[in-house]
Design a binder for this molecule. Structure first.
Ligand code: GDP
Length: 465
């Protein structure tokens, strides 16, 4: 997925970053960082071809001593270097080039990132001559602008687009073959994976064809399902040898490698973890579910052999429940308790033996597949994470607080979100879970895991979730 391009405004306090931001974003009411209610370190605006960031709130606390100004501005520059595709370095054309401007320019030059020097506060023609002095920074010609009066804005907008170049056009798939949703079944031996596959394959509405070139280890089949009124649904069932061949399993390692037929799981759009209704959730199911999510796959749970529960109900063995529906609700709740880490995965009650609810498996595969195509608007994503941070700020560790400046989606299938922060190592596991849960409950992507990747100042590396 092409991540949205970002343009960041950096520079010392009072050079006019907020004004420039408001001008470019056409904000009539100016948003500035010290305004009550605006506690975000970074303010962003979706500009269409790119996202504009004002970094001016990073690191500014209390009194602005020269040291705080220097540290804060350097932190802003660090962040912009990590996060932005283009950096707009703003200087004050009235004040002239300062020592701190030089320090920042040196830092920026060494990164190789595209940088545009802006000389702001050029409100009058006679101030134009002040621009020349900034050429010593080694960042090329400065562009004279006046955020206050709006001078130079059209040129600035064009310059930004020139730097960014055209947006990459997403490839158009013009093959005749329909896109197929890849599904696979995982689970312990004897939970009914093969039976479920057979039930699907033998459906009257299903046209099955083998995919040539499959290996002995895994078999892929194209499934075309003729719906009642919704056209044909196209799937590819990724079946594995481990599932088809029945053999004695003698080592625990082999047992576990049979449990999760890794290739099939990794290449699926949606994995169905099959649980035996009679046995309930076992420890192995727990391990499997976790590893499927760790692999970044969308996960739904199938409680198979539900015909057994139906039979028990008919013979009066579930009399403590007022109805089978109530038992089902109880059962679902207990699965959610056992597998507490599930990202709100759909849980289906099915029977491979009777064909009960089999079609819902296909509906669920389509539902989860569609969710995974979602592109998250950067503004909304930042608001959601920002609200979560405010509601429950990260704990202080040795006098320092973990901070997230800016968030952007960098992938889907699975969802990947990059968090630009101050110190990645302060991001605690429990806080990661809190954000993941908050993300889930806002966006509501049932069954789909989300990965947070951290990019921070101290260690310029990415930490996997
Ligand atoms: P796999 O090892 O997960 O592929 O399991 P199988 O599909 O081979 O099924 C294991 C056993 O469970 C077989 O004896 C099946 O007949 C039985 N079975 C599978 N699905 C169902 C079901 O929905 N209901 C009942 N009652 N038995 C089932």
């Amino acid at each position: 997925m092409q991540s949205p391009r970002t343009v960041a405004l950096v520079g010392q306090p009072n050079v006019g970053k907020s004004r420039l931001f408001n001008r470019l974003a056409n904000k009539r009411i100016s948003i500035v960082h010290d305004q009550p209610g605006v506690t975000r370190d970074v303010i962003s605006e979706d500009m269409g071809p790119y996202t504009l960031l004002d970094t001016g709130g990073i690191g500014l606390t209390g009194k602005l001593t020269p040291q705080i100004i220097q540290d804060a501005t350097e932190e802003q520059v660090e962040f912009a270097i990590a996060a932005a595709d283009l950096i707009l370095f703003v200087t004050d054309g009235r004040k002239g080039c300062t020592h701190l401007d030089e320090t920042l320019a040196n830092k920026l030059r060494s990164t190789g990132k595209p940088i545009q020097l802006l000389v702001n506060k050029i409100d009058l023609p006679e101030l134009e001559e002040n621009v020349a002095e900034f050429s010593g920074l080694g960042l090329g010609d400065g562009l004279a602008v006046s955020a206050e009066h709006g001078y130079g804005m059209d040129e600035l907008k064009d310059t930004i687009l020139d730097h960014l170049g055209p947006e990459t056009i997403e490839e158009i798939d013009d093959s005749d073959e329909p896109r197929r949703i890849r599904i696979s079944f995982a689970g312990r031996p004897n939970v009914g994976k093969s039976s479920l596959c057979n039930q699907l394959l033998n459906s009257e509405r299903m046209i099955v064809s083998d995919v040539p070139g499959t290996t002995r280890e895994s078999v892929e089949r194209n499934l075309d399902y003729e719906t009642k009124g919704e056209g044909t649904w196209h799937f590819r069932l990724v079946d594995t040898a481990g599932m088809r061949r029945k053999r004695k399993v003698d080592s625990s390692l082999e047992y576990f490698s049979n449990l999760r037929t890794k290739d099939a799981i990794e290449s699926a759009d949606t994995v169905f973890l099959v649980i035996d209704a009679v046995d309930g959730v076992t420890k192995q199911d727990h391990i499997l579910a976790e590893s499927i999510l760790d692999d970044g796959r969308a996960l739904a749970i199938l409680v198979n052999k539900w015909d057994e529960a139906q039979a028990m109900h008919r013979s009066g063995k579930l009399e403590e429940y007022s109805s089978l529906k109530e038992f089902k609700e109880f059962y679902e709740e207990s699965i959610r308790k056992e597998l507490f880490f599930l990202p709100d995965s759909p849980i289906l009650f099915v029977s491979a033996k009777t064909g009960f609810s089999i079609e819902r498996i296909l509906q669920t595969a389509r539902q989860l597949d569609a969710i995974q195509n979602t592109k998250l608007p950067t503004g909304e994503l930042n608001r959601v994470i920002g609200d979560l941070l405010e509601r429950q700020p990260p704990p202080m560790v040795r006098g320092k607080r973990f901070k997230i400046y800016y968030v952007v989606q960098v992938g889907n299938r699975p969802f990947r979100v990059r968090l630009f922060c101050n110190q990645p190592h302060r991001f605690e596991k429990s806080y990661r879970r809190y954000l993941q849960k908050g993300f889930q409950s806002h966006f509501g992507f049932p069954g789909c895991p989300v990965f947070f990747h951290l990019t921070g100042k101290e260690q310029r590396y990415t930490e996997e979730s």
